[in-house]
Design a binder for this molecule. Sequence first.
Ligand SMILES: [Ca+2]
Length: 356
Amino acid sequence: MTRRRPDRTVRSAGAIAVTIGCILALTLVPASAHGATVKTFKAVKETKRALIFKPRSSQPEAVTSARVRLRNRRTGTKRVRRVGARRVRHAIDRGRQLRVRRSANAHGKLRVRFKPPAVNVPSGDGDGDGGGGEATPQGSIPTSWARSASFEGDLNAGTDHGWRIDSPISVTSTSEAGASEGSSAAKIVTNGGNSNCSCSRMTFDNLGLTAGREVWIGGSWRVTDPDKLRWSRLMNLGHFEGSGDPDNWYLALMVRDSGMEVVARNYDTDTGASALMRPRPIPQGRWFDVDVRLRLSRTGGEALTQVYLDGELVSSSSAQNMVGPGPLTFYNAGLPYFWNANGSTTVYFDAPRLAH
Ligand SMILES: [Ca+2]
């Protein structure tokens, strides 16, 4: 059988937008004293007896202490509940949620103190073929996002056009596999039945990301069988001018024969493609986070692509990450492209996010 190269993409034909839900976002309030940093996180969920946080950082090992200053909105009573640094490190390291007990009506934010970051910068194992060494300091994953969604019972809130779902693929909101954020996630079920584009993706639109821009994109997935994702994509930024236009290009977290990689390429050809992270195994049967920091450039040595897996920097490249003249105008994620020959599989997706 001849392998197809099914990386064609048809941009989301937008259904009517559903918009602005309650975004359970995290916020960052930086503070410094003697080089230490304090990050503040809003609860991503509340239960009657607890506040649920999902702290993020690229340096979980730097956590020195954490606490929640609770204030009872009904009685005005205040109290401070300390949270063990080890618990916080563990939650960040594993991408898990952190549960802090509270009495009813008590609210507060999680404040996490970090010691000053180490000076040395991991060189990464995914240098592309761009010129020059990697000398740019490691950034930290944002805790406040310009765009995000969480699929808490509503698949469309926070997205620009809802989902493109090519029948008979289905996407539903479910809590059956847990979630990266909150308690629900998007469940994508494929059956390989659509020979055109087995696509299921949501969109952040009208981004206008040009050379020189600093951008973060991220998403969280739970994959039941990585072998069923060959020749597919998990997320991408894209520039699209019309079917077959040679200026169409995208920057994607994608899969070829195995593993996931980050590549900037033309829609229709690998000629001129720029490898930004070498293939690495796709975690199986658990939630994982991928966050990508970009400084966009068509010039090797001026561009920057850093990839964080579960909050840890795993790849850094200065290879060109723009392969066309046009700006990146949209973000797609979920399973933006699925190779139908993979057949039936289920992928859970949560917390698409973008900062710029
Ligand atoms: Ca969610």
